[in-house]
Design a protein around this ligand. Structure first.
Ligand code: PAF
Length: 283
């Protein structure tokens, strides 16, 4: 049987636990999550274990990154299953604060994000999002003081934003991106996939197919506008309302039309029924 991870819920208890984990100069890696863990999260934990001696996973559904119209209240919460998964991976510590611990009465400080956070992708549709993410991740980094922090590439703009923040604020954390884990039919794993009806779930495979098709056309030297329009058309025909389907510079996220301008990444966000999905691939 796997040993149970230590579970802490207060900042003083976290400080003591972190001191213990870092004893004898042991390196630590943090995997920030909102719970509802799936195999994608497990792959982040496994990468964390390869990078550091000790692994901390935070589970906190962060209200400040949800707009009032979004799914904070209904976001899946699967605490027991999450702990079992983390125990099976031999995680050392689970940091599970409540909202009052993270945002006590009178909390009045936010991290203002620019650069990749204003790339006109997720920020166009979720203007509150990166301020909330950067503030909570900034807190998680200062609370846990990890050497490494592992984030999934599935939230590609988020990965760029937290990398920028960790560097800009000299937080001493090396942010590491981890490859997206996909279902057998190509759908990127996400805690929100549980919202999909069976019909929506089968339509959702179009996102990956459309990105792959557009990527192949870009690699073949097709005109970028035409290649991207073809993928967008596939997604809309499958019943999605498209927020964006764009090719961007893989590091700066600036608009890009050719390999001459740098490495390319295709990013998509689209809604089917009540579920908004995001995904991306390198070209
Ligand atoms: O990607 C997520 O699950 C969240 O945005 C994160 C990084 C845990 C911050 O709440």
């Amino acid at each position: 049987m796997s040993p149970s991870p230590m579970i802490v819920r207060t900042v003083p208890a976290l400080r003591r636990a972190i001191e213990g984990l870092r004893a004898r100069k042991a390196t630590t890696a943090l995997v920030p999550t909102m719970g509802a863990l799936h195999d994608g999260h497990v792959s982040l934990v496994r990468l964390a274990k390869r990078r550091a001696k000790r692994v901390i996973v935070s589970i906190f559904v962060n209200p400040t990154q949800f707009a009032p119209t979004e799914d904070f209240g209904s976001y899946p919460r699967t605490w027991k299953a999450d702990v079992a998964k983390l125990a099976a991976e031999d995680v050392d510590l689970i940091w599970n604060p409540d909202v009052k611990t993270m945002y006590p009465v009178g909390f009045a400080t936010r991290i203002l994000t620019e650069g990749p956070a204003t790339a006109n992708l997720e920020d166009r549709f979720r203007p509150h999002f990166f301020g909330g993410v950067a503030t909570v991740v900034g807190k998680l980094f200062t609370q846990c003081r990890p050497d490494f922090a592992i984030f999934g590439e599935k939230d590609f703009q988020q990965l760029r934003v937290v990398t920028q923040m960790a560097g800009d604020l000299d937080l001493g954390v090396k942010v590491v991106g981890s490859r997206t884990v996909r279902e057998r039919d190509g759908l990127a794993m996400s805690s929100r996939n549980v919202y999909l009806t069976p019909e929506e779930r089968s339509s959702a495979t179009v996102l990956y197919r459309a990105m792959k098709q557009s990527a192949a056309r870009l690699r073949a030297g097709d005109d970028a506008e035409a290649a991207m329009a073809g993928g967008a058309e596939m997604i809309v025909s499958a019943g999605f309302a498209l927020d964006y389907f764009e090719v961007r510079h893989a590091e700066t996220l600036a608009p890009i039309a050719s390999f001459k301008d740098g490495p390319m990444r295709i990013l998509v966000a689209a809604k089917i029924g009540k579920t908004r999905l995001i995904d991306n691939i390198g070209v």
